[in-house]
Design a protein. Structure first.
Length: 449
């Protein structure tokens, strides 16, 4: 029978009723929760036929009722008693600190509705709005779990999504999709106050990957790349490459530069539209200054008069193939610029951070190894004077050989060794061999006794 009596008073089992007939599964029938009288009547008819049968309530739906004075009563449904009990404890914890949230809204709101609201109201305010909106549209168009109620969305749904998506794209792309879903759910929780009792990301196993690029650009490759850009019909591709190498700026930062951002007196480039939302001043090298002056002379408001998509298509589809470079991205120019500064040993990490615009200094740890040559010189200055090391090889002793023979072997192995060192080593080996022979004789005498 039902285990409803063992549940807390505010948790009710609302699962269907099932009549099971022994050895006659074809006669089994299932009834809705509110049709218990019908289930009992059917059970009685089976018993009247002399068959063995029983009535039991399933455990597939548990309703949690939340009541508090001044607050609308909430009814939440869960698949298991354990989930309902965990939700009850969480709600009690929230109410104890006066946190009131209507979790019942999540039972009537689908993930698709939240994504559409986020896409229309929130995403357009972000810098990468186009990419974000495109990713949301793809998820809503391809994935079925977005039509589930938020309260019913579970970790298994997202885990299945990961496994299926990994067959199509790389792990890094799957992780970005998960980040997008997480942003929607977290924003709905923080701002709209719509949240499930338990997040579907709890216990989720994300794909593991390592996509840190280490592609470098040699001087010969740089010449080929600039020559190919010079031959391209768009005249702004070549200056974009040069400025990326001279300023270590991101693509979006370069495309947003205007003439009023240039300070030729202080030799600074004021980057206003940065990725992290903070403006910074980038030093203006002599090479960058000549390029910037030439671009300003054209009279355009923007330094590089082209869109992000135009630069992307021209660089990837025309310039890079024409230069015959393999596995090279535009963002690798930024990595190359920072790497060259680090290799020069003229900049500290804080100075590199000021130029690159990284908010977290840990992001620059990947460039520390490029300063290893300078670090070795600094370590030498601490070590001071030292004697020249002479490796004398491994000294082996063989049983039954005389100490003179051992000394002869040492002399043969190290002919350039000082004579007083050789004689001292030979004497030490002779004493050790004599001691070893005496120990063997003493051991044999004890065994005979």
């Amino acid at each position: 029978m039902s285990k409803q009596s063992s549940t807390p008073s505010n948790i009710r089992n609302r699962s269907p009723w099932r009549v099971q007939v022994r050895s006659q599964p074809s006669l089994d029938r299932q009834f809705r929760y509110g049709s218990k009288p019908d289930a009992e009547a059917y059970l009685q008819s089976i018993l009247d036929q002399g068959r063995h049968a029983k009535l039991a309530q399933l455990e597939t739906a548990f309703e949690l009722r939340v009541r508090r004075q001044g607050i609308k009563t909430q009814y939440l449904t869960f698949d298991t008693l354990k989930e309902a009990e965990q939700a009850r404890l969480k709600l009690q914890s929230d109410l104890s600190v006066s946190i009131v949230r209507d979790y019942a809204i999540a039972a009537h709101t689908t993930l698709r509705e939240l994504m559409e609201r986020y896409r229309d109201d929130v995403a357009p305010q972000h810098k990468g709005a186009q990419i974000e909106i495109g990713r949301l549209n793809r998820i809503m168009r391809k994935e079925a779990f977005v039509d589930k109620k938020l309260a019913a969305l579970c970790t298994e749904d997202l885990q299945d999504f990961i496994e299926d998506r990994l067959t199509e794209v790389k792990p890094a792309t799957v992780d970005r999709d998960l980040d997008q879903i997480s942003q929607v759910i977290n924003y709905a929780d923080d701002v709209w106050k719509i949240a499930a009792v338990e997040s579907p990301f709890k216990g989720l196993r994300r794909p593991k990957y390592f996509n840190e690029r280490t592609r470098r650009l040699s001087k010969d490759e740089e010449k080929k790349l600039l020559e190919a850009a010079r031959q391209h019909e768009n005249p702004y591709i070549e200056p974009a490459i040069i400025l990326a190498l001279e300023t270590a700026a991101r693509r979006g930062e370069l495309l947003a530069l205007t003439a009023r951002d240039m300070d030729f007196e202080r030799r600074q480039i004021h980057v206003r539209d940065s990725k992290n939302g903070r403006s910074r001043d980038v030093p203006m090298t002599t090479r960058a200054r000549s390029v910037i002056r030439a671009l300003i002379s054209e009279g355009n408001d923007r330094l590089l008069n082209l869109s992000a998509n135009a630069l992307k298509l021209a660089f990837f589809r025309r310039v890079v193939p024409a230069a015959k470079l393999e596995d090279f991205h535009f963002h690798d120019l930024r990595h190359e610029a920072i790497s060259r500064l680090a290799e020069s040993s003229n900049f500290e990490l804080l100075e590199l951070q000021a130029i690159s615009g990284h908010r977290d200094g840990r992001m620059l740890q990947r460039y520390v190894h490029l300063c290893s040559g300078n670090l070795a010189e600094k370590m030498d200055s601490v070590s001071g004077d030292y004697e020249t090391y002479i490796h004398r090889g491994r000294k082996r002793r063989r049983g039954g050989k005389a100490s003179g023979a051992a000394a002869g072997r040492i002399d043969a192995q190290t002919p350039d060794s000082p004579s007083h060192v050789t004689s001292a080593v030979a004497q030490m080996i002779s004493e050790q061999e004599a001691q070893q022979r005496s120990n063997v004789l003493a051991f044999r005498r004890r065994r005979v006794a």
